[in-house]
Design a protein. Structure first.
Length: 138
């Protein structure tokens, strides 16, 4: 098992709680200055999964918020849906890579397969809508 060493350069950390892999509390209290904790890389990775999923979600939301609206419902809908689908694909990839539940991993693969095709379809629709004469866009 790989182990990472985390050095905490603070005078003390108040109300710290140490948990084992099952989530059970194994200790509480204060750590002294420059405390060294041995934390396995799998424990660090497990702790960061929520952050990784939130990063993907936040990127998707930021991309959707920054997407300029054209005032053409069909084009705006397709553009926003494409970004949304890409966010779902990216989150599903994390589940496939690190998830443990077989049903969720199966669902994640289905999301990747289905929504990858839909993103491709949306790209074609967006190109078609952007090249359509203005009278057809309204």
């Amino acid at each position: 098992m790989k182990t990472a060493i985390l050095i905490i350069p603070f005078l003390t950390i108040n109300a710290i709680s140490l948990n084992n892999a099952n989530g059970s509390v194994i200790g509480t209290g204060r750590l002294p200055a420059n405390a060294v904790l041995n934390i396995s890389s799998s424990e660090i990775k497990k702790a960061l999964h929520g952050d990784e999923l939130m990063e993907v979600m936040n990127k998707m939301m930021k991309d959707m918020e920054s997407q300029p609206m054209k005032g053409i419902v069909d084009l705006d809908f397709a553009s926003m849906l494409k970004i949304h689908h890409q966010g779902a694909i990216n989150m599903a990839k994390i589940e496939l890579q690190d998830g443990k539940d077989a049903k969720l991993k199966t669902l994640a693969q289905k999301i990747i397969d289905d929504q990858t095709k839909e993103v491709s379809d949306l790209d074609k629709l967006i190109a078609s809508l952007q090249s359509a004469p203005k009278t057809m866009k309204t």
